[in-house]
Ligand binder design. Sequence first.
Ligand SMILES: [Fe+2]
Length: 202
Amino acid sequence: MPFKLIDLPFAADALEPAISAETFSYHHGKHHQAYIDKTNAAIEGTELADKSLEEVIAAARGSNQGLFNNAAQSWNHGFFWHSLAPDSGAPSDELAAMIDKAFGSRDGLAKQLADRGAGHFASGWVWLAEKGGSLSIEETHDGDTLADSGFNPLLVIDLWEHAYYLDHQNKRPAYLDAVIGKLDWGFASDNLARGSVWTYPA
Ligand SMILES: [Fe+2]
């Protein structure tokens, strides 16, 4: 079964002015679509054609960099759309307690996410992740992913220029400040409660 471009879980203009509908028209409609199309083209007719996206990522890591990049970027963008919401809500009691323990407070977490995202060199992703009952902020470069990493990713922010250039030009810190206010704490809480890595919808 070929992989599909999943719909945004909100209206394309619902996150303005943090992220505009115009940005989503390119970022979701063109960039994410291209990663999906290239993944499907690479696995067509191979033994990976009937595997899950998570299985394709794990199989391609270290052995087929082109397929890995496109499959991981397909997954990362699906996870990113779900990491965002017009109404960010609140973390579960369990997640809130873990945030306080690891970062002091929600504000402490927000500051560390903003600092790590701003300091990340070139393209990549900054994640809130859980492993062994503790939270941490992780960074991956280019198309790399936490999907098959041993971490349980809770949230992610895209740090590629295509994520913010139309709305914030080169000011990645302004984008981070805006987008951190649109993180979906319900999604993060669900990921923590499930205790296993989110799966890309079939
Ligand atoms: Fe992106």
